[in-house]
Design a protein around this ligand. Structure first.
Ligand code: ADE
Length: 220
């Protein structure tokens, strides 16, 4: 079974997204096991502090190394072969290729930060630093749930048809998905492209390829 451990100050953040739809079913089916670990439980001072002011001055607070590193060690103790991923806006960009790479591991440990970020020395204790994109979130948690969701749906047995994961946007590097239509055939004078009603599978395939290519060129 694939395992996911989430190191966080807000374990409750994950309750709702993991309790619906595909993630819920994947957990119930025993395909993935998700566990949260409260970083604050590893704070050793009497105030259980997890943050401190930056050396050199500047705004905000940083995640302190001691409790974070202790939580990473606890995660590795439970799953010695886990792949530890720090969520940070200064990491490498998360892509579908990364998701496919991560599901080949026995499991992942997603390290979520709050405040202005992590003490740089924490980076020595993780395997990889990942960013969701070039914008700053209020913490690593929303990034971690996106990463986790992207992994879960790729795990064998999670999606109804294994084809749907393969045919996704991005499965082919840099190519976006083509447009999709369902009933009704005419919605407020907007019609389903005639080729999709033609029953000509070769023509449909070639229309879809062309649409995907045009869309990728225009949007990216
Ligand atoms: N934490 C804050 N912003 C983030 C981002 N864009 N990606 C990953 N982790 C983050």
């Amino acid at each position: 079974m694939f395992h996911a451990q989430i190191l966080t100050l807000f374990p409750e953040f994950f309750d709702s997204p993991l309790s619906c739809s595909i993630p819920k079913r994947a957990i119930a089916a025993g395909i993935v096991q998700v566990e949260t670990i409260q970083i604050r439980d590893f704070a050793t001072d009497k105030h259980h502090s997890v943050d401190d002011a930056p050396y050199g001055g500047g705004p905000g607070m940083l995640m302190k190394p001691e409790p974070v590193v202790a939580s990473i060690r606890a995660a590795r103790e439970q799953h010695p072969d886990t792949h530890v991923v720090m969520l940070t806006p200064s990491g490498s960009r998360f892509t579908q290729a990364k998701a496919l790479e991560f599901i080949e591991k026995p499991g992942v440990t997603l390290l979520c930060g709050r405040y202005e970020g992590f003490d740089e020395r924490i980076c020595n204790y993780v395997d990889e630093q990942i960013s969701l994109g070039d914008y700053v979130l209020s913490g690593g948690e929303p990034a971690a749930i996106c990463v986790l969701d992207a992994l879960i749906r790729l795990l064998p047995g999670v999606l109804g048809s294994p084809e749907s994961a393969v045919l996704d946007s991005f499965s082919e590097e840099g190519i976006l998905d083509w447009p999709h239509y369902t009933r009704p055939e005419n919605f407020e004078d907007k019609r389903v492209p005639a080729v999709l009603l033609s029953g000509n599978h070769a023509a449909i395939e070639s229309w879809r390829r062309a649409q995907a290519k045009a869309r990728s060129k225009n949007r990216r």
